[in-house]
Design a protein around this ligand. Structure first.
Ligand code: MG
Length: 406
């Protein structure tokens, strides 16, 4: 069987968030900008993919590859990698994230053609549901109705309680790196006091220097931490923190390729590798990494780089087949007010989401929603992910030297 790619299309949409999400580099300004990819075979099968772009459209990057993928057999995924991501050619044009979106679509096409879910193409699911942590951000208030602010420890705990009641989370991740470390430490400790039976994780996106990261890490050692995520920048910084604190160190930033994973195996800096289906270049590269992690007893977890339902489906299929020691996944998803997939947002139940069992990725587009949110993107345009709407002249140093004032 051959499934020849005829064309590909990309549609950029913007979907509102409950409130702007703050992080160490700036913010998601009250909405996500995502680019939905449709790869169509000459027989008329349409596979779906999705990617972000730091608040910007990725449409031109995707559609610029039309000539590269037209005529390609969707089954030939190893060849697709070299066609788009040849490691030396990539010094000029890094297409790993665009490749990921096209890989998702090819897997979706193959699954539809064979009548099987993507997890069956990956060796079969080991679990029917994927567990998620609640993903807590410091948030600005929604500019339209003033709701949703998370700034103080009390607001943070209240927000976590609401999410736990709604979705059943038993793990809570705090995205930090916004306010001074001592202030964020108080907030994180307040979570620990409020949820003594739950697991915690703190991720300041590498905003701390090594000394601050060690100090913060020692202070949180008594809490029920899953891991301490990217407290500082780089494998060599993380290794120093790992040597100094009694915590599992995780990253989603500096182990995002097999080459980097090999470096970490040879000279360990992190204990947990967070696998992002976009940053790793697809579901299959992430699964390959998971197999290596399992061999070396490194922990893994499914990582979220911000997603609508198509990308969430890729995370669910990956989570369903992961071997070895797995932490609950992250997802920004519960901050979204809507989705572009048919049937609306996928539902959390008891802190987990069911793995789709339909053919391919198991999700399809709601064309009306796609048009609605493409129109909203046309109206609102891009936003700069690496700028803070509340501090227009600021940009982040790594490590940061200039914290937001709580
Ligand atoms: Mg992270």
């Amino acid at each position: 069987m051959q499934l020849i790619i005829g064309d590909l299309r990309a549609t950029t949409v913007t979907v509102p968030l409950e409130a702007p999400l703050r992080h160490s580099n700036g913010a998601h300004w009250g909405r996500f900008v995502r680019t939905v990819v449709e790869v169509e075979t000459t027989e008329g099968l349409v596979g779906l993919g999705e990617l972000g772009g730091g608040g910007e459209s990725a449409r031109m990057a995707v559609e610029g590859l039309r000539g590269h993928v037209a005529g390609h057999n969707a089954f030939d995924l190893s060849a697709l990698w070299f066609k788009l991501c040849n490691p030396t050619a990539s010094l000029y044009n890094n297409r790993v994230q665009v490749h990921a979106a096209i890989e998702f679509a090819c897997l979706d096409i193959i699954g539809q053609a064979l009548g099987v879910p993507v997890h069956d193409l990956l060796g079969g699911k080991l679990r029917d549901r994927v567990a998620f942590a609640g993903y807590l951000f410091f948030r600005y208030a929604n500019e339209h109705d003033g709701t949703g602010e998370v700034r103080t420890a009390d607001q943070l705990v209240q927000h976590a309680r609401e999410l736990k009641a709604l979705h059943g989370f038993s793990a809570h991740k705090l995205k930090g790196g916004v306010f001074p470390p001592d202030y964020e430490l108080e907030c994180y400790q307040a979570l620990g006091a409020a949820f003594p039976e739950d697991d915690l994780r703190y991720d300041p996106n590498a905003a701390l220097d090594v000394k601050q990261a060690i100090r913060f890490g020692k202070a949180i050692e008594p809490l029920r931490n899953d891991y301490y995520e990217d407290p500082t920048w780089g494998l060599n910084g993380l290794r120093q923190v790992r040597d100094a604190v009694d915590l599992r160190i995780a990253t989603n930033t500096v182990v995002t390729s097999i080459e980097q994973l090999a470096a970490n195996v040879l000279h360990r800096a992190v204990d947990v590798v967070l696998l992002d289906t976009t940053f790793w270049g697809g579901i299959r590269p992430a699964l390959q990494a998971a197999t290596v992690c399992d061999a070396f007893q490194l922990g893994v977890g499914v990582h979220s780089s911000g997603e609508l339902g198509i990308q969430l489906a890729t995370m669910l299929h990956l989570g369903a087949v992961l071997p070895g020691s797995q932490y609950s996944a992250d997802a920004h998803y519960h901050h979204l007010t809507d989705d572009v997939i048919a049937g609306g947002k996928l539902a959390y139940e008891d802190g987990s989401i069911a793995v789709p069992d339909g053919p391919g990725l198991g999700v399809s587009l709601d064309r009306e929603k796609l048009a609605e949110y493409a129109a909203l993107y046309a109206e609102l345009g891009n936003y700069p992910y690496d700028r803070d709407p509340g501090r227009p002249d600021w940009f982040a140093l790594v490590p940061n030297e200039n914290w937001a004032r709580p």
